[in-house]
Write a protein of this length. Structure first.
Length: 537
């Protein structure tokens, strides 16, 4: 928690305990015993001129159920443990920055070659540094000369020597923090390699080696059937690898508010599951298909390198399938929480990953705001009787579908808007239009992409035919991203403070609750009083 709020974790406990004390100390209805400590010797509460059913106790009972002593104790224990882990990890990083200068070490290459402007870069899992195994199983980037003749492959064990480069922190407010970014991928820093030698081959974990082979095969197929710009976009959509996409295209996607299609999300996984289920259901049966899909999703996480958005989407889908197999109802909030806990146990610094923030906050926004936003959109109807009865039922179904898509888009956008402004200082004005069109074409891209890759391995001629349609859809996606170049497509905004972001979320949650209460048909006495209060406002 200290990492997330940049302050001592104790500051989290003070308001939690204070709120609990306030709630516990609320007076109960007259004639009943007050809580211990409110009045001495269990003295009865004095009479109050409050109508029956409208006492203060009623308004606090829901909060009291959530924020009780057990919950506060769990929060304190878990946050203390998580804070201790983060402090330990930070100390480990700082020790390496201080102790390591010139490096002689041994490690296993756990990434494919990434070509930079002047160097080739590899991610290496350390075995020892300067003969010391203190930093075993940590990760560093090795930067080698492009002119080097000795080839390095995934899984090679190598010895190397060179100069350690400590990553730089951001120099200006709001700038890119490279040191913080490396922590999210568990990398300590870089080494400019003077010399290296491959000592053994195929030393990486067999499962990761297999998944890497699959990844290379997929990339090879995609490169062979599509042009460069299209192939890089498809890699981003299917594999979550947007590192080689042109920066101008990335910026266009960001301004058009469709950059989420380049990070594998629940939508991508849903289409993958639909495609696989369509192929297997008639042959393997319902339950066997679900088991095969679970295995495929686990492999998919390996192939994509366990990126946070992929883990979130796949974990939630796997939990849904498992619940269906054992005939249990799936709880979306619990599934979302479990996937986040698993990710943060693996690496607590991933909480600072922008993709993770967008993925989880967007999903939470859809869960909490979708129903009310959809209700609001459905209430927008044609009042003119002359036009109302001229609209065909088919057109009504289309407009209902459009409203559902817009409800999802608006709900996610409401939730991620302050985070987007905080990181990019820009807000896209045409997100309604772009997301509506993208939601129609992203499904065919994912399903056609998967079908093209699969058929290329079996029957290349069919893959070439499918690639024509796939190319057309990807060009449509690029065209949609150009909407960001239209006049008034973006608004530049000042970076909001953390307090402003918190106040924004408190405000939209209150407004959401008020709207829900105002439109409720069956309401309790408390909600009836709240509804009257809403009317007064």
């Amino acid at each position: 928690m200290g990492l997330y709020f940049k302050y001592s974790v104790v500051l989290l406990y003070i308001p939690a305990i204070a709120i609990y004390k306030i709630i516990k100390g609320r007076c109960v209805p007259s004639g009943q015993k007050c809580p211990i400590g409110t009045f001495p010797n269990g003295q009865k509460c004095p009479k109050r001129n409050v109508p029956n059913g409208h006492n203060g106790h009623r308004y606090f009972r829901y909060v009291k159920l959530i924020l009780n002593s057990k919950v506060i104790l769990i929060i304190i224990i878990i946050s203390s443990i998580s804070n201790g882990i983060v402090l330990f990890k930070n100390q480990q990083y700082n020790n390496l920055y201080k102790e390591v200068n010139t490096v002689t070490g041994k490690g296993i290459v756990v990434s494919n070659k990434v070509e930079k402007e002047y160097k080739n870069q590899y991610k290496v899992k350390i075995i020892d540094i300067n003969g010391n195994s203190k930093y075993k199983n940590t990760y560093l980037f090795l930067k080698t000369d492009k002119k080097s003749k000795q080839e390095i492959k995934y899984g090679d064990e190598i010895t190397f020597s060179g100069d350690f480069i400590e990553p730089t922190s951001r120099r200006n407010f709001g700038g890119f923090d490279y040191k913080q970014y490396l922590k999210t991928i568990k990398v300590f820093g870089s080494i400019n390699v003077d010399s290296y030698k491959v000592t053994q081959h195929n030393k990486a974990n067999i499962v990761f080696s297999f998944s890497n082979s699959c990844l290379l095969k997929f990339e090879e197929v995609i490169d062979s059937i599509l042009e460069e710009n299209q192939s890089e976009l498809l890699k981003g959509i299917l594999l979550g690898d947007s590192s080689n996409i042109d920066e101008d295209i990335k910026e266009q996607f960001r301004i058009s508010s469709i950059s989420h299609v380049l990070a594998v999300s629940g939508m991508h996984v849903a289409y993958l599951v639909i495609g696989i289920n369509f192929l297997l259901k008639s042959k393997a049966g319902k339950n066997k298909s679900k088991v095969i899909i679970i295995i495929f999703l686990i492999l998919y996480m390996f192939i994509t390198g366990f990126s946070p958005s992929v883990v979130r989407a796949c974990t939630m889908e796997i939990l849904v399938l498992i619940a269906s197999l054992i005939h249990r109802r799936n709880d979306t909030i619990n599934s979302l929480s479990l996937s986040l806990i698993l990710i943060l146990i693996y690496n607590p610094f991933l909480i600072m990953n922008i993709g993770l923030q967008f993925s989880y906050i967007g999903t939470i926004g859809i869960l909490f705001f979708h129903n009310n936003v959809l209700k609001f959109l459905k209430d927008i109807k044609i009042r003119n009787k002359k036009w109302k009865y001229k609209i065909s039922p088919k057109l009504t179904k289309v407009t209902d579908r459009v409203k559902e898509i817009l409800a999802v888009t608006i709900s996610a956008q409401i939730a991620i808007m302050p985070i987007m402004i905080y990181h990019f200082n820009v807000f896209g004005m045409y997100f309604f239009l772009t997301n509506l069109i993208v939601s129609v074409i992203i499904g065919p891209i994912i399903i056609l992409g998967l079908a093209t890759i699969t058929s290329y391995i079996i029957i290349p001629q069919i893959a070439k035919i499918l690639a024509v349609g796939l190319s057309l859809f990807i060009e449509c996606l690029i065209f949609i991203s150009n909407i960001g170049e239209l006049p008034y497509s973006k608004i530049y905004m000042k970076t909001p403070s953390i307090l402003q972001i918190i106040m924004y979320y408190i405000t939209i949650v209150i407004l959401n609750i008020c709207y829900e209460i105002y439109n409720s048909k069956k309401i309790s006495t408390t909600r009836k009083a709240s509804k009257k209060f809403n009317c007064v406002i």
